[in-house]
Ligand binder design. Structure first.
Ligand code: MLT
Length: 429
């Protein structure tokens, strides 16, 4: 440690050198994308760092990837299902593409009780990120879209891939034809809707990744009213709702009228702490209609049955255990553990004089470095402390001047990261 800061610029993997080419034109929409997807790019930089410092004990506060053992009530159910597959009576092949009925009902009871969501409106899947892509397939290339800035990069990147955008504008660091809804400490991380132009689709993540900000009931009422006034569809990402500590809504359907204008996508990845198992869900209410009166539900069902063969039956057994009363208790214990990590990180950065946001309703701490390039801060922290973070600008131009610290990690690593950060930034004071 202690080497001088050297900046690594974003570079793509070198293409294999070969003279032969096919006659197929590259997808011009994919060609519009700038650098690689954020998290593989961070992994690449982390690996380059490890090559330079083979003895360094690198700690990741980068990608939000869960680290703790999965509660046995969940793994036990998956184990039993896997073993049953080896028996004549217990074997099952393809299941319903929309998910197994008991799991759809269980998700409904656990997360949407009294919100008027029918189990047939819940589609079980291999994760919220995959559903975002399948939703883009439903919407097609001709819709306009808005997203919070900063936000989870999959919204913008899939929109670019689908052909909904123009080219990347290097001056604004934005793709043309996307409305970037700026979310900053100044507006309490809620966009100024009065100056936001109408779009067909509005991606909205709450609690937000990366800022950790949760929209209040009043703000969500404003968002729903805005969408209804404009005839827009909200894609509401509630992947972190279980981390909510205050009384912010955990589902968009807590807002009256949302069923006519919103889809909600969520996941067991961060709820149960099993990102690798791959299980999520998306709610498409039957009351949500396209301009011609056709239900969005029917088209999402068409995409799911065509492009997806249903979530793994073993994973669904784990999901069913998650929504049992024992499973729900176990999930809350796991979440509590990560929330304690979050508290340690918030205290660490605050004690060093940094302004932090989030951390209360999400496992992410959004740390402000005013006037600094977030990639530079990322590189400095990596170089000086061997800690991987995520540069704020990776989530959109509105993330410039911030880094995101993820609270997913073993406790000893979080404490060690805290110690290193205090040592390095404390010595700079
Ligand atoms: C993140 O780090 O933002 C998430 O873990 C990525 C994801 O959920 O795909």
């Amino acid at each position: 440690r202690g080497a001088s800061v050297s900046l690594i610029r974003c570079i793509a993997e070198p293409a294999e050198k070969t003279t032969y080419t096919t006659s197929v034109n590259r997808n011009a929409n994919i060609a519009k994308l700038q650098a690689g997807y954020l998290f593989p790019e961070i992994a690449r930089r982390r690996n380059a760092h490890i090559q330079r410092y083979p003895d360094a004990k690198v700690i990741s506060l980068g990608i939000g990837d869960t680290t703790e053992p999965i509660p046995t009530v969940i793994t036990g159910a998956m184990e039993a299902r896997a073993r049953a597959l080896s028996t004549l009576e217990g074997y099952s092949g393809y299941g319903a593409e929309q998910g197994e009925k008991p799991l759809r009902a269980g998700i409904g009871a656990a997360f949407y009780a009294d919100l008027g969501i029918d189990e047939t409106e819940i589609f079980v899947s291999d994760g919220a990120k995959c559903d975002i892509t399948r939703l883009q397939l439903v919407f097609g290339p001709n819709v306009t879209m808005a997203a919070q800035d900063p936000s989870y990069p999959a919204y913008v990147d899939t929109s670019v891939m689908m052909g909904q955008t123009g080219l990347f504008q290097s001056d604004s660091q934005q793709y043309s034809k996307i409305q970037y809804m700026k979310c900053t400490p100044e507006n309490d991380f809620f966009p100024d809707l009065s100056s936001t132009p109408r779009t067909d689709i509005i991606f909205f993540c709450s609690p937000n990744n990366p800022t950790g900000a949760s929209a209040s009931r009043k703000q969500l009422e404003e968002l729903v009213a805005f969408a209804k006034k404009n005839g827009s569809i909200i894609v509401y990402d509630s992947a972190y709702a279980i981390y909510t500590s205050d009384d912010s809504p955990k589902s968009i359907y807590e807002i009256p009228g949302a069923k006519e204008c919103a889809i909600e996508t969520a996941s067991f990845s961060k709820y149960a702490g099993f990102t690798g198992v791959r299980l999520g869900w998306t709610v498409v209410p039957k009351a949500l209609k396209f301009a011609d009166g056709h239900p969005v539900h029917t088209d999402f069902n068409r995409v799911m049955t065509t492009c997806f063969n249903g979530a793994s039956n073993v994973a669904q057994a784990g999901g069913l255990a998650c929504v049992s009363s024992e499973g729900l208790k176990a999930m809350h214990e796991t979440v509590k553990f990560y929330k304690e990590n979050t508290k340690i990180l918030v205290e660490t950065f605050e004690s060093l004089g940094f302004k932090t946001f989030g951390g209360k309703n999400a496992p992410y701490v959004w740390v402000q470095f005013p006037g600094k390039s977030s990639w530079d801060v990322f590189s400095e922290i990596l170089e000086q402390t061997h800690i991987v973070t995520t540069p704020g600008s990776g989530f959109g131009p509105g993330g410039e001047g911030f880094i995101r610290a993820s609270a997913f990690g073993h406790r000893e690593n979080i404490l060690e990261a805290s110690r290193r950060l205090k040592e390095y930034f404390g010595s700079k004071k």
